[in-house]
Design a binder for this molecule. Structure first.
Ligand SMILES: Cc1cc2nc3c(=O)[nH]c(=O)nc-3n(C[C@H](O)[C@H](O)[C@H](O)COP(=O)(O)OP(=O)(O)OC[C@H]3O[C@@H](n4cnc5c(N)ncnc54)[C@H](O)[C@@H]3O)c2cc1C
Length: 461
């Protein structure tokens, strides 16, 4: 949730508006080949509507399929595991509840208090500026994902329980993609049955290990490995976490990320992540547990899970009539590791571009239509990703910097900017005088923290 920390001191780093269509790993501008034609030249379909397959039924896939089906597209959603329980902290911003019309009964907890805990265990409460109706939602992914898939079905999508294997590329600009998958429905038995499906376009929403991305040689991204234990703690201890989450920073819990304790319906999720020291992840997890020990002691581990988290977008996110969304595309913010909202949003945006380009399923789409989603996405979210990238580099790189970071979090102005940016996914315009004061305090905190380290080193020597 450290998302969007103190945007304003870093406004100089923002790119105002990425000018042209572009697509790179780091959102730098690259001109797109002029060969791509506009959708208006795409042929009209006769006797049928556009057919689109969405691979993967997480938040990205569920939201893409719902939007496509509502827009008149013949939609297929292929999900390998209907009760999939994606390893995830499950924290979602308030705006997602409204924007995606989520029912409140799928939200386990409404977090209104967040404790940020420094390497020396200084704890700062960072929910003080929240208004009475504001909160961070905590969901279980098996519940959220099933709900979004169900809504796609109700909107008219055909949901297939199957494992996508590969696809044959079309031989011409209007030929179909042939998808190969193993179907696991009631008729096919445990091992499943090999089947094929012909579609006009494909959305790859199949997560960090995306096979769709491999099919279009989309290239790799750097990733963090995140580890999480779900721990059932005694009711008396659960009361403490009723509406409270914790974030721990320090070399012990992660050299480049943070450790967390997030509350769920009847347990807490305790986890951490790292990009740079993946083989030490269990050591970091153990340190996170130790840091939270007085609050989770007596708990029983009920689930252990781990998964990659992408660090930046893939080199390629669209090719022909295939587009990547969510983790498959690489849309997780650094610093916070937040990806649920961005997955749902990118799935919806990509589907909207297809609905629009195909005139509600009446025309074939082409690469130009799909690239419109990329243009819109990069324009809207480039600053958020860039700022969080910089914040991670400044504040997560050493214990003194982390102490300074936690000290800064005590500032009400920082809290307001942070929460507004996280909850509503907008870069909130700040007050220039407060921005200046904050910039001075930031430098002051960093200088103090490094000074303290030098003193400690002298004592140790
Ligand atoms: C430990 C951990 C904690 C996290 N905590 C948070 C958090 O608190 N808040 C937050 O916002 N983000 C968090 N994230 C990131 C978040 O989980 C992802 O960004 C998000 O799940 C991306 O959604 P998605 O739909 O793109 O992909 P996924 O959720 O990964 O969904 C992909 C779906 O595709 C299916 N699939 C994969 N391959 C195939 C195939 N070949 N055929 C058919 N189906 C397939 C999978 O079964 C899955 O259902 C966390 C990640 C981790 C690992």
């Amino acid at each position: 949730m450290a998302s969007s920390m103190a945007f304003k001191p870093f406004t100089g780093l923002r790119q105002s508006t990425p000018s042209t269509t572009h697509e790179t790993t780091s959102f730098k501008s690259i001109k797109i080949s002029p060969k791509i034609k506009a959708s208006i030249t795409s042929p009209k379909l006769s006797g049928r509507n556009l057919r689109v397959a969405v691979i993967g039924g997480g938040p990205a896939g569920g939201c893409a399929a719902e939007t496509l089906a509502k827009g008149g597209i013949e939609t297929f959603l292929i999900e390998r595991k209907m009760d999939n329980c994606k390893p995830c902290g499950g924290a979602i911003p308030l705006c997602m509840v409204g924007e995606f019309d989520l029912p409140l009964d799928i939200i386990d907890r409404k977090v209104t208090k967040m404790k940020m805990i420094s390497p020396s265990n200084v704890a700062v409460d960072i929910g003080r500026t929240l208004k009475p109706h504001e909160y961070i939602g905590m969901v279980r992914r098996e519940v959220l994902d099933a709900y979004l898939r169900e809504r796609a079905t109700e909107s008219g999508a055909t949901v297939i329980n199957g494992l996508f294997l590969k696809m044959d590329m079309p031989k011409s600009s209007d030929a179909p993609y042939q998808l190969h998958y193993t179907a696991y429905d009631g008729k096919t038995g445990g091992a499943g049955e090999k089947r094929t499906l012909e579609v006009d376009a494909v959305i790859g929403a199949d997560g960090a290990n995306s096979r769709v991305a491999k099919s279009i040689s989309a290239g790799d991204y750097e990733y963090a490995i995140a580890f999480q234990e779900r721990i059932r703690i005694p009711d008396s201890k659960m009361t403490y976490y009723e509406d409270l989450a914790e974030m721990y920073v320090g070399d012990d819990v992660s050299p480049d990320f943070y450790g967390w304790v997030f509350p769920k319906c009847d347990h807490v999720a305790v986890g951490t992540g790292t990009v740079t020291h993946k083989s030490d992840i269990k050591k970091f997890q153990s340190a996170t547990r130790t840091r939270a020990m007085d609050k989770i002691e007596g708990g029983k581990i009920i689930r252990v899970e781990a998964h990659p988290i992408p660090e930046h977008p893939r080199p390629k996110r669209v090719q022909g009539r295939v587009a990547l969304v969510g983790d498959a595309a690489g849309y997780v913010t650094k610093c916070s590791g937040e990806g649920i909202y961005f997955a749902a949003k990118s799935g919806r945006m990509c589907a909207e571009a297809i609905v629009e380009g195909s005139e509600n399923g009446k025309r074939l789409v082409d690469e130009g239509d799909l690239r419109k989603y990329l243009q819109k996405w990069d324009k809207k979210y480039w600053p958020t990703y860039k700022v969080l990238d910089v914040l991670q580099k400044v504040f997560y790189r050493s214990n003194p910097a982390r102490e300074a970071f936690v000290e800064m979090c005590a500032d009400e102005y920082v809290q307001k900017m942070t929460f507004d940016s996280y909850l509503y996914k907008t870069v909130v315009p700040g007050n220039p005088l407060d921005d200046l004061k904050l910039a001075v305090r930031t430098v002051g905190s960093l200088v103090r923290a490094y000074g303290l380290r030098r003193e400690m080193e002298k004592i140790d020597a």
